[in-house]
Design a protein around this ligand. Structure first.
Ligand SMILES: *Cc1c(COP(=O)(O)O)cnc(C)c1O
Length: 389
């Protein structure tokens, strides 16, 4: 492994040279089944012909101008995203963390303009929002924060899926301006809250004029069986962030807002050199085209049910398997012990999986998988876990 790279990752000893659909090939031409999609990024699979075509076509005409000019693909993508999400305005960034930074800045500006001293954002335990200073502070994982003190001020933390804890803060803290929450926690271990959790957060936010801000970076773009995970509920957020699946591998992030939250930024308040460039936005449009002209979102819901049934049948009730959690094609199998070595064991068998929160086997396969590939993933992952326990 090259010493030229900063040691920010413990890299697995494999490098891929090409991909197609749910498959990747390494430099020795060994084939792997990709059940993680670059961590929920390549939802349409690798080398999707329409995405490939959009990239090549756009790259051969125009990649970058600047946000000091109008960018027509950015305007079109903004309008289409607002349309499908019932939002009013979008800021385009290059990553999830940057999309969340925009959301955090919106909440601060919203609070300060209303004369609220030290505006505070409620965030959750076990959350993940990114690696910039503000987003790592929002993140509920000490490992992500340790050593980067002083952290950013203005965050208050409560347990996930605990409405009472939010109500308590509402009673005692008049500086709160927003709640930032993942509809399903991804890095935190595929934690799925109670059915009415988001609706109840919506009610509290309405009552106190707080902004309800949803981080749909991992859950968005069809992953959970709806275009956006909060659409399983009847509520609409004030702010929603997207990234990962929006570009199918092309770096792009988006912060969407409606109502008062859509009005806070004025020229000079925020910006990005690369954000919303013609290439990234053309690819975003192409991703939307593919999703909207297919049954991929319905498939994600059906395949999720298939995964749930398959894993329940093979692993349910087994000693050592704590819980099987499924929301569309976000699957978490929690074991009663750390299980990081499963990743290497799977890799040896030509299967790409992930372990998060130490003891949760996480699967985020592309939405394009067939029933047969779904069954192959169930078969292989279950066998690995049974052999491991
Ligand atoms: C991946 C992720 C982020 C961070 O996105 P980056 O593109 O890595 O900055 C933020 N929030 C959630 C929920 C994520 O899954």
């Amino acid at each position: 492994m090259s010493d030229a790279l900063m040691t920010t990752y413990n890299r697995l000893p494999v490098a891929f040279s090409r991909g197609e659909g749910a498959w990747l090939w390494d430099s020795q031409d060994k084939r792997y089944l990709d059940a993680i999609s670059g961590i929920a990024v390549c939802g349409l699979g690798h080398a999707h012909p329409e995405i490939q075509n959009a990239i090549c076509d756009q790259a051969s005409s125009l990649i970058h101008t600047s946000n000091i000019y109008r960018i027509s693909h950015q305007e079109t993508l903004g309008e289409r995203l607002c349309d499908i999400a019932d939002m009013e305005r979008v800021f385009f960034a290059n990553s999830g963390a940057e999309a969340n930074e925009a959301a955090i800045k919106i909440a601060r500006l919203y609070g300060n303009r209303r004369g609220i001293k030290n505006p505070t954002i409620i965030v959750m335990e076990q959350s993940f929002h990114g690696r910039t200073l503000a987003t790592l502070t929002a993140t509920g994982n000490r490992k992500v924060q340790a050593g980067f003190e002083p952290l950013v001020q203005g965050f208050a933390r409560v347990p996930y899926d605990d409405i009472q804890a939010i109500e308590e803060i509402a009673k005692n803290n008049s500086s709160v301006v927003a709640v930032l929450v993942e509809p399903v926690q991804g890095e935190g271990g595929v934690n799925i809250p109670a059915d009415d959790y988001l609706n109840r957060i919506r009610e509290i936010c309405d009552r106190h004029e707080w902004l309800m801000m949803l981080d749909e970076i991992q859950t968005g773009m069809g992953r959970t069986g709806k275009m956006f995970s909060h659409q399983h509920n009847r509520c609409l957020p004030d702010v929603m962030t997207l990234a990962k699946g929006l570009g199918n591998g092309m770096p792009i992030g988006a912060c969407l807002a409606r109502g008062a939250a859509a009005e806070v930024f004025a020229p000079g308040n925020h910006g990005s050199t690369f954000g919303g460039n013609p290439l990234a936005c053309r690819v975003g449009l192409s991703v939307l085209d593919v999703i909207e002209s297919s049954d991929l979102i319905i498939r994600a819901a059906k395949l999720g049910a298939r995964m749930q049934a398959g894993f329940e049948e093979k692993l349910g009730g087994l000693e050592g398997v704590t819980e099987i959690r499924v929301s569309g094609l976000m699957i978490g199998i929690e074991l009663d012990r750390p299980c990081g070595e499963l990743v290497t064991l799977a890799l040896e068998q030509g299967l790409l999986i992930n372990v998060t929160a130490e003891s949760v086997v996480r699967l985020l396969p592309p939405l394009i998988i067939s029933d047969e590939i779904c069954d192959e993933i169930i078969e292989k992952v279950a066998a690995l876990i049974i052999a491991f326990l």
